[in-house]
Write a protein that binds this ligand. Structure first.
Ligand code: BYC
Length: 470
């Protein structure tokens, strides 16, 4: 069990105190991070007491402490999961060899790039969600938003620790740049597409935490397999925190659905909108948007990058140990491809298909969430059912990028696609309507009309608890 230093300027279990140079470098980055947080973190609530959990160890039991804290004082720490004794590289050409405790020279650039890409998403999401607190539907939701935000901040710390520790001056420069790019800024955008899309309402926030954080889960699972052990250990612990983020998303949408179902029952014409709710068709459009933006985050269907990450032992499959063949040299993976403008099924060499393998596991996981929402509808005796759109619909990366596919996966003419797009993806009028519902509710125990209450509060506390002291 690693030593935990909670009193240090930067709480950590990586013996930071014994490496003065590294400690100094991170302590120099710290005020820049705080300045970024104050500038780009949650607007309007920095001086409020928020009932937050803070990671204080990596024990499966009791790794977190819950208390009121003002966000700029949050104890962002560096925590790596405990090492696994005698761990060896679990896949690719170097299978069976000892894991790396330092960065192998030949993989330095690739690893840095993977770590920077991962790191970039964390502050990006905080920036995207910056204004949401001002329209929170309840104190419970407000607190959950801030919980997600501070933990994305900690995940940035996790990646910055790796950059500072293992990549010298380049790493320190990258760490600075992680604080310079801005979500949605045309001149200095965040690296990946979905992290530049606006999140200006709570339905998008719930969809983001359902679908985009779930991409995070799968990318982190794949990186947790890495032969570069510090990356593996840090991502393993990040996954512990990530679970709550997806909970916020999945139950958030479920509560929208439950409330819409109630309002439909209340209305003489079964019209949720007439009662100030979000119609199910509109929820489906937001689902379409965030699911497809998140599909893009897995990269191209056929990817030589993915093949070389796998070959080198840098990035595996999620839960690599559940597969039989860890070399993936002979296998193939069946996927839909485009040939002469038509969709066909074909076999792709397995290593080149690793992005698609991960994307398919992700899609199955998303489907389980959608099934739970549909169960809610069935219980309410409502005929509507949600569906994940085709993986070809509304894509911006890979084989199907910018091609006019319908949600059920048919290739349309551009004209036909443009004619229907407003029925599939939130249009301006939809956005204006959803925004009009976003009125803050800040009294303990109260909730906005468009959203259902959660089954319980946080950590055994009631929903009525004063999660944020205003
Ligand atoms: N947007 O072979 P390709 C999270 C680029 S979320 C823009 O297709 P590859 C979180 C690609 O970089 C998880 N560009 O892709 C969630 C490449 O560029 P170059 C984040 C994209 O390399 C919520 C080119 O296209 N973690 O943690 O196999 C809140 C062709 O490359 C995109 C990671 O992503 C895109 N969507 O895979 C907070 C893990 N996709 O070389 C946090 C680290 C591809 O031509 N990243 N490109 O300049 C990776 O493993 C890989 O970089 C990717 C791409 C999976 C993203």
């Amino acid at each position: 069990m690693s030593n935990i230093d909670l009193e240090a300027k930067i709480p950590n279990n990586v013996s930071l105190g014994s490496d003065k140079k590294l400690q100094r470098a991170l302590e120099e980055w710290q005020p820049n991070y705080i300045a970024w947080w104050k500038d780009m973190g949650p607007a309007g609530f920095q001086e409020k007491d928020v009932w937050l959990r803070t990671a204080i160890s990596v024990d499966a039991e009791g790794w977190a402490n819950f208390d009121y804290v003002q966000m700029p004082d949050y104890r962002w720490g560096i925590f790596l999961a405990d090492p696994i004794a005698n761990r060896t590289i679990g896949f690719g050409d170097n299978i069976g060899q000892p894991i790396w405790d330092v960065v192998p020279g030949e993989h330095r650039n690739t690893l840095r790039r993977l770590i920077v890409t991962q790191g970039d998403t964390e502050p990006a999401s905080v920036e995207q969600q910056r204004l949401l607190g001002l329209t929170a539907p309840s104190l419970y939701d407000l607190r959950n938003l801030f919980q997600v935000n501070v933990e994305e901040g900690r995940h940035l710390w996790a990646m910055v620790y790796l950059l500072h520790s293992y990549f010298g001056r380049d790493g320190r420069e990258e760490a600075e740049e992680l604080l310079q790019r801005r979500s949605g800024n045309a001149d200095k955008p965040r690296i990946l597409g979905a992290f530049n899309a606006p999140i200006d309402n709570w339905l998008d926030f719930f969809m983001f935490t359902m679908f985009t954080d779930r991409d995070g889960k799968y990318q982190l699972l794949a990186l947790a397999e890495s032969g570069f052990d510090p990356l593996s250990r840090t991502t393993r612990f990040m996954l512990t925190e990530e679970a709550h983020h997806m909970f916020v998303g999945e139950t958030g949408v479920e509560r929208v659905v439950a409330r819409t179902a109630e309002l439909m029952k209340l209305d003489p014409n079964g019209d949720a909108r007439a009662q100030g709710g979000i119609p199910l068709e509109m929820v489906q459009k937001h689902l379409n948007l965030w699911y497809t933006l998140s599909l893009d985050l897995f990269g191209s269907e056929v990817s030589s990058n993915a093949a070389s990450y796998f070959a080198a032992g840098l990035k595996g499959r999620a839960k690599e140990s559940t597969y039989e063949d860890h070399k993936a040299l002979d296998g193939t993976y069946r996927m839909s491809l485009l040939k002469d403008g038509a969709v066909t099924e074909d076999d792709v060499p397995l290593r080149n298909a690793m992005n698609e393998v991960l994307r398919d596991e992700y899609a199955d996981d998303c489907q389980r969430g959608v099934d739970r929402w549909n169960k809610r509808l069935a219980e309410s005796e409502i005929a509507f059912r949600f569906a994940l759109p085709s993986k070809r619909f509304h894509r911006h990366i890979g084989l199907y990028a910018n091609m006019p596919f319908s949600p059920d996966g048919r290739l349309l003419s551009q004209g036909e696609y443009d004619k229907h797009k407003d029925q599939w993806i939130p249009n301006e009028a939809d956005r204006a309507y959803v925004r009009s519902l976003m009125q803050p509710v800040t009294e303990p125990g109260k909730i906005a009309n468009w959203l259902g209450k959660p089954k319980s509060g946080i950590k055994g506390l009631p929903f009525e608890y004063e999660y944020v002291r205003l």
